[in-house]
Design a protein around this ligand. Structure first.
Ligand SMILES: C[S@@+](CC[C@H](N)C(=O)[O-])C[C@H]1O[C@@H](n2cnc3c(N)ncnc32)[C@H](O)[C@@H]1O
Length: 304
């Protein structure tokens, strides 16, 4: 289904593009590439988490699908003086993505769609010193899939000293590295990175390079990706590259309508706990081994 220009700015239009593309996806490839696309209301919520824009923007959308996140960003903050770079490895989705970008092409807006592997490209940029001025903004719903220890992805990530076990943490880690100082990232990701030893190097990478500004927790396991029946617990996280860690805003809502949104601020220390495994080594686990305590606290404050 082709969208008329400007139509993607109309409420509901992005969901139609997403659902049309979804129907054409091969189920095996969909699982292989983690092609679970963001509903429009979630994309809009994510776009709203960025700070007020102040000047020209260099936006990154890695694993962009049909471009729902970039479109939500452009609808929220305007396309003028925005230079968007979107990676999408799947050729069919990349052609939808080009159409989405095309809809914003009238003003001072530049878009580059790269239909290649983001990990390969990002590692190349980093190792060859081709990061340029860095992205000022990134909006991500990266693919979610285990990275095998002997795989090419794992070897590439090692080349930039990012030890991680899943595509989503690889995407977020590399995107952080590609950002300009003060650059803001909003990503929707599984919450598995919050706990356990496998994700510890990623947590250390993330907190060494960025501050955590905001976490949004979904009450229901299914609520972020209902259409795809994804039984995955997701969080939305906002990071700021190179900023000193301050308080963290935690929001909760019972569904993707966000009508009962509640927000609370926490000291970072309140969401960082000494985990058993870490305290044995005398080190602090970043993010609670007891992460569920946050969700529980927030729920109590919401409904208690
Ligand atoms: C979880 S989907 C999200 C799509 C879109 N960001 C959204 O929010 O609707 C992840 C996307 O990343 C793409 N992808 C998977 N592996 C990739 C890679 N190595 N490089 C670039 N894109 C990739 C998939 O084809 C898929 O469209």
């Amino acid at each position: 289904m082709r969208q008329a220009e400007t139509a993607v700015a109309q409420p509901g239009a992005l969901d139609q593009v997403r659902l049309a593309a979804n129907r054409q996806l091969n189920p095996e490839r969909k699982a292989e590439l983690g092609q679970f696309m963001t509903p429009e209301s979630v994309a809009n919520f994510m776009a709203g988490l960025f700070s007020q824009r102040t000047g020209s923007i260099r936006l990154l959308d890695a694993g962009a699908g049909v471009g729902s996140l970039t479109a939500a960003f452009l609808n929220r903050w305007g396309a003028d003086d925005v230079c968007a770079t979107a990676y999408e490895i799947d050729g069919k989705l990349a052609s939808y993505l080009r159409e989405t970008m095309h809809a914003y092409g009238n003003g001072k807006f530049e878009a580059t769609v790269i239909d290649r592997d983001f990990i390969q490209d990002a590692v190349y940029r980093i190792t060859m010193g081709r990061k340029g001025a860095g992205f000022t903004h990134a909006i991500l719903n990266p693919p979610y899939k285990k990275i095998n220890s002997g795989s090419e992805h794992r070897a590439l990530l090692r080349a930039v000293k990012l030890e991680t076990v899943n595509l989503y943490t690889a995407f977020v880690g590399l995107a952080i590295e590609l950002m300009a100082p003060g650059g803001e990232m909003v990503a929707i990701v599984p919450r598995s990175f919050c706990n356990g030893p496998y994700y510890k190097p990623f947590r250390e990478w993330m907190t060494a390079k960025a501050s955590v500004e905001h976490l949004h927790l979904f009450h229901s396991r299914t609520s972020a990706f209902n259409d795809d029946e994804v039984l995955q617990e997701n969080v939305i996280i906002k990071l700021v590259r190179g900023k000193k860690q301050g308080k963290v805003t935690i929001t909760t809502a019972s569904d993707i309508g966000f009508s009962d949104l509640e927000a609370h601020d926490y000291r970072f220390a309140e969401i960082v706990h000494d985990g058993d495994e870490c305290s044995r080594r005398g080190r602090t686990e970043v993010y609670p081994c007891a992460y569920s305590a946050i969700a529980w606290r927030s729920e109590r404050r919401t409904f208690g």
